[in-house]
Design a binder for this molecule. Structure first.
Ligand code: BTN
Length: 255
């Protein structure tokens, strides 16, 4: 099945040798839904919470896509898009490369390397007018000595059966198309589209004791008990108190 086919989601696929950040480029460009931009190398890759995303040229997948949910999906539900991209990427990696990937809330992609959870990918979603630009970064071929930080991982280190970026890219885009169309056609409701269920099933944060580092230097410790209908992580902090966390950084403390 062709990726760019009439009636399909993807309308263009551009591959550039080098750019600052594929997200920055797509946010700045006006364009139709379904534009895909892939870079072989990024000189100023960006991550969530104002972090940087750096990886050697050709060592992974660095791509951004433009999604325009339209009037059928209330803006309040757009927050599901980065979680949807996490589920879609995890599904693709298990199908195409035989790698088990878990999600650390909201959407860090974790692989297991020598029995340890390591971050091998991440997602950055940014609003651009009536669109959302979703960027996906994935460490593919990196060996231990090449990792940007010692706690990172890669598909190679996780024993992936496929390390060619082309089939991986196709698998990610196919899976993203399937999940996105199902979610959009359900009006963005994560229930009927089974997104909420799939997210919970793939989320390594649920059931763990975590520390949530919140904006404004606040922190909460509790057990992650659910992901609610708005995609927020619900923490049980003791005495029956449940606190939804909508933004911030999560640290897994205990299994
Ligand atoms: C994170 O883990 O914080 C998100 C990382 C997202 C990285 C990708 S790489 C392609 C796209 N372009 C960027 O500048 N960032 C995203």
């Amino acid at each position: 099945r062709a990726l760019l086919r009439p009636g399909g989601l993807w309308t263009s696929l551009d591959v550039v040798e080098r750019t600052g950040s594929t997200n920055t480029d797509l946010v700045a460009a006006d364009g139709p839904e379904g534009a895909v931009l892939v870079a072989e190398e990024q000189s100023a890759g960006r991550g969530r919470l104002d972090r940087t995303w750096s990886a050697p040229a050709r060592s992974g997948l660095f791509l951004s896509v433009r999604l325009t949910p339209g009037p059928g999906v209330p803006v309040a539900r757009w927050g599901w898009l980065p979680l949807l991209a996490g589920v879609a990427t995890a599904t693709a990696l298990s199908r195409a490369a035989g790698v088990d990937t878990a999600l650390k809330w909201p959407n860090d992609l974790l692989v297991t390397v020598d029995g340890q959870e390591r971050k091998a990918g991440g997602i950055l979603a940014e609003r651009a007018g009536d669109s959302v630009v979703v960027g996906i970064g994935l460490n593919v071929s990196l060996r231990a000595a090449e990792l940007p930080v010692p706690t990172a991982g890669s598909l190679a280190l996780a024993g992936a059966a496929v390390l060619d970026r082309d089939p991986l890219l196709r698998a990610v885009l196919r899976s993203l198309e399937e999940w996105y169309l199902r979610w959009r056609d359900a009006g963005g409701d994560p229930g009927p589209s089974r997104l909420q269920e799939a997210y919970a099933a793939g989320c390594a944060t649920l059931g763990r004791t975590v520390r949530a580092e919140l904006p404004g230097d606040r922190a909460l410790v509790g057990e992650a008990v659910a992901v609610d209908g708005d995609g927020r992580l619900v923490l049980a902090t003791g005495d029956g108190v449940q606190e939804p966390v909508g933004a911030g950084d999560i640290v897994h403390l205990r299994p």
